[in-house]
Design a protein around this ligand. Structure first.
Ligand code: NI
Length: 165
């Protein structure tokens, strides 16, 4: 998908804010939740989202983020702070370091030719995908799920309504 810097700015502001709300609902105890012990934990998924933003450094964008060697934090507050920092850092870097021409620059990744705009689009989709996985694990962990694209079970209850099925 072709995106302009303005398109990315608008989408990222919305999407990263939603992700931040999801991250902010995490608790230390919830981070170990997983569907089975063969699958990624809630904490691993949350950290994967932080580190996949960090991956955009590989495209020549310069911004600060956690080191690849850093262990996955067992503190929800640390993951939340890292996400908050890096989601702003990515957007600032895109806006200040890339022009519209840079977005059309291509590079090979995993045997395919990608534009930088394509990577930005992928970053949005990839985040949404894992964020959806996170909300399932959060429900399993007994956490309250913030509203993402509309009311949740909890918000229907709060409004005195029968949750939709
Ligand atoms: Ni992934």
């Amino acid at each position: 998908m072709n995106m302009s810097i303005e398109d990315f700015n608008a989408e990222w502001l919305k999407e990263a804010r939603i992700t931040e709300q999801v991250m902010d609902a995490l608790t230390d105890d919830s981070l170990k939740t997983a569907i089975t012990d063969q699958h990624r934990t809630l904490g691993q998924l949350a950290w994967h989202l932080v580190m996949s933003i960090q991956f955009m450094n590989m495209l020549g964008l310069q911004f600060e983020g956690p080191s690849r060697e850093q262990e996955i934090p067992d503190s929800a507050a640390e993951i939340q702070a890292s996400y908050r920092r890096i989601r702003h850092a990515l957007l600032d870097a895109v806006k200040s370091q890339w022009s519209e021409e840079d977005l059309q620059e291509t590079r090979e990744f995993d045997g395919e030719l990608w534009t930088n705009a394509g990577f930005l689009h992928f970053t949005l989709m990839h985040q949404t995908h894992h964020r959806g996985q996170m909300t399932v694990l959060m429900r399993q962990a007994g956490l309250r799920i913030p509203e993402l694209y509309g009311p949740t079970y909890d918000s229907w209850i709060d409004r005195g309504m029968d949750p939709l099925v």
